[in-house]
Design a protein around this ligand. Sequence first.
Ligand SMILES: [Zn+2]
Length: 507
Amino acid sequence: MKIFYSFLCLFTIVTIGFSQSKQKQGIVLENGVSEQLAIFRKQQITNVSYELLFEIPETKEEEINSNLMVDLTLSDVSQPLYLDFKEKTQNIKSIEVNGKNIAIVHKKGHIIIAVENLILGKNKVSISFIAGNLSLNRNDDYLYTLLVPDRASTLFPCFDQPDIKATYKLSLTVAKGWSVLAGADVKNKSDKGDFIKYAFKESDKMSTYLFSFVAGKFKSVTQTSSNREMTMLYRENNPEKLQTSTDTIFKLHQQSLEFLEKYTHYPFPFQKLDFASIPEFQYGGMEHVGAIQYKESALFLDNTATDEQKLSRAKLIAHETSHMWFGDLVTMKWFDDVWMKEVFANFMADKIMNPIFPKINHNLQFFTTHYSGAFAEDRSLGTHPIRQHLANLKDAGSLYGSIIYNKAPIMMRQLEATMGKEAFQKGIEKYIQKYADGNADWNNLVEILDEETPLDLKKWSEVWVNKSGRAIFSNKIEYDAKNRIKSFEINQQAEDKSKNVWPQVFQ
Ligand SMILES: [Zn+2]
């Protein structure tokens, strides 16, 4: 009996193994977007467009009735369709798939639409729901969304991963007297008693983390320069700050746009560039497509502002504007490469701003800002490579740290110095051209840059980006009888005793 039983077990295992490799492995559903779910959905789902309605009530305590219609094409119906919605199940009011009402199944933050409701090709899903408040930043007389990195799914049901880009048709119902701002212009507005319903035009294609809207009691100013109209919503009411800062804020955006169009040889990629200045904003800024958000205190300076404050405002604006190309137009495939867009944005911001602030020693500033922080972490046993594996999007926050903010910029500078400025720029131009409106990872960039240089960039990147640790330098100087330098040698050795060599260029 026992022998037979084991034999049977073995046979069963072999059969399962065979059938799994023939068919596709089932998705193991977990909280957050796992790498497995993301990879599966990327090949399952294309042509996504969201139509969203949020009815914003008068007070922040009231619920926001919302509606979603999502059109998509399915090329695989062997598995259910999973929409991410990290909210209470009772917030989901009804689900309709291809014209039929279906039962609500909501597990581990995912709405599950069973295979029998799906068809190969075009599908339409409609969900009536109460919007989640977690990322809505609701105040008494204004609110704004902040959905990076994986918080779009706390607000509305969606495919919350950066490589499923989609267009958005947004409608907002807000109290009369409130202003609105989103990724596309308002198409029409209609009166609804004490409220106004704003319907926006269809947006450009973007990742979920870049979708946004702002609504509330804001003042607004519009300026036009070089045929581009830009609008800013703001709440600042200090007349001196408004007087001193408003024109400069617009001018800095314009200067950044001009530089970026020239450097990338790619025209500004979206319908518009507006921005909102928000009191008590969590970061310096956030690069939402067509509607950047800024911390009010970082934008509006008065007459006592120091050069340092002015420089950091300029860099902030250049940083967020750079993201329109680096991050928004070309987006990382997965959040393990989130550092790329941050490094690029800072790198471009330096290029844009350095000539505007000639009195500042930018090289020295770069050195003091980044080197000690990078070394402090990289010399420790707990250090990690610039590029880290990310198994689930919900852990994306853990990637940010000294290595991303300090070592990665050093690496990028070394990369440009090693290749030469022109070859590097040419590579970037090709990279933007090739991956516009899509997604790319670090290896895709390295492949393109590698073609522009005789160096083995893959090997270079392997040490700088995929390995941790740093080089320790020593030197040997020999003098002749007249005390002049006869020979000068500089050596590096990996601090972690590995055989790694970090190729680098010095002046
Ligand atoms: Zn950034």
